[in-house]
Design a protein around this ligand. Structure first.
Ligand SMILES: Nc1nc2c(ncn2[C@@H]2O[C@H](COP(=O)(O)OP(=O)(O)OP(=O)(O)O)[C@@H](O)[C@H]2O)c(=O)[nH]1
Ligand SMILES: C[S@@+](CC[C@H](N)C(=O)[O-])C[C@H]1O[C@@H](n2cnc3c(N)ncnc32)[C@H](O)[C@@H]1O
Ligand code: SF4
Ligand code: SF4
Length: 326
């Protein structure tokens, strides 16, 4: 099998597949004014999703993360999970969600083949949660996380975007929360995107400060496996949970890049902060197009850059991460 490999010898076995741009939250760093419907957009159909997944799987992809917007806003979300999970070669199906409908549906998602779930939770203080996400749904999301454990997930990853002056003083509360829960809590550095005004300057805080505190408190960094993603993971003998740090501004962050993205509009994105998307949709219309689709993917990959250009202030064409799935 000819794997997907770029000019820097990085291999890509992980696809982040966005299934919708729509979201019901208004996170300050993503869609502060909420999702603005655009009647002309049509998101990938179930058949198109099947064709994409098959082509990637035929080139060595074994993990697919279904994302968005908010993926659980899709009425056929469970069918999407099932379609991806039943594709030969796909060994891990994951999703990233804001927790919407999770408490009621997570058991169905698991039965459909979902292996891993990442939930966004920016604060353990319900009022701060509301302030950051624009939604008064803290307890709903927490109930969703509990329901995931009840449904049989052994670990849940929780994503917390670090924001100076908002949630950056909550380390103690978060640590107490994961002391006896199998949660991998990941602090994510705020990333600058095209539609952000001065929010980035106001709230960006380096994950390195948390790393120092963790090391001082006896946390140890897990040795990275070669196929691990970009999170640095820390463990402590007194804690069931773990801490992950996602620090895209750190040196060499992109050296371990192992993922490609397809947007809900069917475009291949070589980087979260790339300059363009490669349209795939014309080759998603029948199974007979798979060879041509694979050729297009391989040719496109030749142009993947070594890293993002965030340090120079360029966030590419990405207006906000809901447009590409994060
Ligand atoms: N800069 C950058 N950020 C990323 C990348 N992949 C994920 N992120 C960010 O990391 C955060 C967590 O992403 P998730 O969707 O939970 O996925 P993940 O970290 O790949 O999770 P695992 O597959 O469990 O390792 C989000 O804010 C993403 O936008 C990446 O390739 N580059
Ligand atoms: C774009 S969301 C899509 C999935 C789902 N709606 C959710 O929020 O989990 C994926 C992840 O990106 C993160 N994210 C969005 N905008 C970000 C930004 N500007 N900087 C860092 N992380 C961001 C979110 O917190 C979330 O964990
Ligand atoms: S981060 Fe996720 S939940 Fe928040 S606005 Fe963006 S897409 Fe929606
Ligand atoms: S910023 Fe781009 S190159 Fe860097 S890890 Fe993310 S997707 Fe890969």
């Amino acid at each position: 099998m000819l794997e997907l490999q770029d000019a820097f010898a990085r291999k890509f076995h992980y696809l982040r597949l966005s299934v919708t741009d729509v979201c019901n939250f208004r996170c300050q760093y993503c869609l502060p004014d909420g999702y603005r419907p655009d009647g002309r957009k049509s998101f990938l159909t179930l058949d198109e999703i099947r064709h994409i997944t098959r082509a990637f799987a035929a080139m060595g992809t074994n993990k697919v993360r279904i994302t968005g917007g908010e993926p659980s806003m899709r009425r056929d979300f469970t069918d999407i999970i099932e379609a991806v999970a039943s594709t030969p070669g796909i060994r891990k199906v994951a999703t990233t969600t804001n927790g919407y409908r999770m408490a009621e549906r997570v058991a169905d998602w698991r039965s459909a083949g979902l292996d891993a779930i990442n939930v966004s939770l920016d604060s353990l203080d319900p009022r701060m949660f509301h302030q950051i996400t624009g939604q008064n749904r803290f307890h709903e999301v927490m109930a969703g996380i509990d329901a995931a454990f009840t449904a049989g997930f052994e670990q849940v990853k929780v994503n917390t975007v670090l924001m100076r002056g908002l949630n950056d003083g909550e380390l103690g509360e978060f640590l107490a929360w994961i002391k006896s829960s199998p949660i991998q809590l990941r602090f994510i550095e705020l990333m600058q995107t095209g539609e952000m005004d001065e929010l980035f300057e106001r709230h960006h805080v380096r994950g390195a400060a948390i790393k120092e505190k963790l090391l001082e408190a006896g946390w140890q960094q897990r040795v990275r496996a070669h196929n691990d993603g970009p999170a640095e993971v820390f463990w402590h003998a007194d804690y069931v949970g773990e801490i992950g740090l996602i620090m895209p501004y750190a040196q060499d962050f992109c050296a371990s890049c192992n993922r490609l993205r397809v947007s809900a509009l069917g475009k291949l994105h070589l980087c979260l902060f790339g300059e363009y998307g490669v349209d795939l949709r014309d080759l998603l219309q029948s199974p007979g197009q798979q060879a041509a689709l694979q050729r297009r993917l391989r040719e496109a990959l030749a142009d993947k850059k070594a890293t993002h250009f965030l340090h120079q202030g360029h966030s590419g064409m990405t207006p906000h991460l809901a447009s590409i799935g994060g």
